[in-house]
Unconditional design. Sequence first.
Length: 456
Amino acid sequence: MTKLISVNPSTKEKLGEVAITTKKQVLTKIAKAKTAFSSWGYLELNKRIELLSKVVNEIEKTKDELAILATKEMGMPITDSKYDISDALHYFKWYLENAAKYLSPEVTYEDDKVVHRVYYEPRGVVAAITPWNYPTSNVIWAVGQSLVCGNTVVYKTSEENPLFGKMIEEIFTKHLPNGVFQEVYGDGNVGKLLVSGDIDFIAFTGSTEIGRYLYKVAAKKFIGLTLELGGSAPGIVFEDADLQLATENIYFNRYGNCGQTCDGLKRLIIHKDVADKLVTLLKEKLAKIKVGNALNEDIEIGPLVSEKQFNRLSHQVEDATRKGAKVVVGGKKINSLNGYFFEPTILSNIRKNMLVWKEEVFGPVLPVITFEEDNEAILLANDTVYGLGSYVYTKDLRRAKDIAHQIKAGMVSINGESYVQPYNPFGGCKMSGFGREHGKFGFRELTQVKVVSSNK
């Protein structure tokens, strides 16, 4: 295979194709990035910000075109694609506005004879690899902050949205010096070529399986990396929770983007006293939701991104029902639509040996389990190899904060308050990876710390 074929998951029609980057081309791009770093990495910060601001302006000018392409290529509803772009721009602008604050030298000690300063210097060439689920946010998160820091980037876009990747590449390269930002195209084999080259850092968002491989690659090279991997976020609903608020927030965090969100709420743990009522509210909510071609403005849930994702989700649901799960609503393909559409689904009577409990579920399927005591809820929440996001619903804030500290995850939302903000660290623990993106934490990950001590 020499080309990536882009397919619209709403209709299964071919959208276009992009040539797969060859080994020689990958190595050439890395070499160009090395050369570009010798000037970009030492360019004054305000000059970098000036050039990157032009990229921000270009994205804003082409946001409608980008949104339509993202929707066509991966199936995100058009209203969500537009929000994804505006949210990504919000992050990019935050990086630019706060770079001086977090990248400026810091004096750790000073007297009349000596001064000690800490400097934050760019790492070099960053190999950035992201998935397809949030096309604009993924590239900005992986690339924007790194470029501000003075790194050069070779970026591998997902094989599921190569046309979007091409458009992004054109926008960045139009305004940045040659070699500062480049893209490669292909599947995991191209990703392996990229990280095997002469790079200085790896920034990866994707599966735990690939993250484990990249961890080994980085270890052999003695280079740094950040890994934002899979998740199976628990959502704990206590008996005193505001069920209307919980319903809306659970819907957003489970079924938004067709359930294809890394830190999305993937296991619902409800106190037995309110379980029936909450499930009924969720069922009523799903009955009002419109599913269909993602380009339609009134559509709230689109298709899964590909046949591969559809088949995996179907297998997980079939495994659950075979082992005794009850389908409360949904549970199967939507035959009236031509694309990779799966009914928004709720499953009850969940057992721990089911794939929907043990694995990450990347689709509009919500397994539900009940509890009686707080310690039981915590055990259920932590009964996963992952530790990315988590959600707690209760009117007792002291109780919520106590539970939050007992959940083994990198991020906790209480009563729907979003932790996804440019000033907050984003990342997890256990098999959800390590390292953090965004905020001062992201600036620290993407730079080398150097102390310079001198007399006056």
